[in-house]
Design a protein. Structure first.
Ligand code: TZP
Ligand code: MG
Length: 233
């Protein structure tokens, strides 16, 4: 199990025209790293394997400069070829048990979950963290099957919080879908430990950083919102 990973401001990349436009992916990620993102997932649904690996290696070099872990979305083989810190796997990707066998104990494995059943399976199979969602509908991912809202995320956090097995206590959590500077503090507050037996460990964000005019200041703004109490507290 990977230790001491900071999941608080989790950047998920997007290479599509709608989000990235004509900007350079590696440059945008470096700007986000300067702004303070704490972990990066390279998500690329359109490139072939060769480009995925090559760009993954470039992103890994940049992330290493800032001492930030890089994960690869969907593909254990690409993560192995890149030599990065781990993978993020959805329900239709390789199962967590096989991924753990291929990647070994020290790599980070994350799983997308939308229900307590999916969370239980992922945790028991050895996921290090859960990407819980989809929180809110988002044009970044139109094919998302379950929009579970704050209540759906709370239900999963509550479930994790009440399990006896240490694996459930150790697993980290991030939520994803429609999170931006305007709703971040409310979301964190609604998912804080006082409303649920355990709090969320981070927020995963695509467009609010990747599509920003200035990804560095967008990230540093999100980071300061994360680190300051909401105005109503
Ligand atoms: N998985 C669930 S929602 C989503 C992914 C990859 C996209 C989230 O994008 P945004 O722009 O942060 O709403
Ligand atoms: Mg996937």
């Amino acid at each position: 199990m990977a230790t001491k990973v900071d999941y608080s401001l989790y950047l998920v990349t997007d290479s599509t025209e709608a989000i990235l436009g004509s900007k350079d992916l590696v440059q945008v990620v470096e700007q986000a790293l300067k702004g303070g993102v704490t972990i990066v997932q390279y998500r690329d649904k359109k490139s072939d394997t060769g480009f995925f690996i090559e760009t993954g290696k470039r992103l890994h070099q940049v992330c290493q400069k800032y001492n930030i872990p890089l994960l690869i979305n969907d593909r254990v083989d690409v993560a192995l070829a890149v030599g990065c810190e781990g993978v993020h796997l959805g329900q239709d990707d390789m199962d967590i048990t096989s991924a753990r066998q291929l990647l070994g104990k020290t790599k980070i494995i994350g799983a997308t979950v939308s229900s307590t059943q999916e969370a239980e399976i992922a945790v028991k199979a050895g996921a290090d963290y859960l990407g819980i969602g989809t929180l809110y509908a988002t044009s970044t991912k139109k094919d998302t099957k379950s929009i579970i809202g704050i209540n759906g995320i709370r239900q999963i956090l509550r479930y994790l919080g009440y399990q006896e097995d240490q694996k459930f206590k150790d697993v980290k959590t991030v939520c994803i879908g429609g999170i931006n500077a305007s709703n971040l503090q409310r979301i964190i507050f609604q998912l804080s430990g006082s409303c649920s037996p355990r709090a969320i460990n981070g927020v995963a964000i695509v467009s609010a950083i990747m599509a920003a005019q200035d990804p560095e200041s967008a990230s540093s703004n999100l980071k300061s919102l994360l680190n300051s109490p909401p105005p109503w507290k």
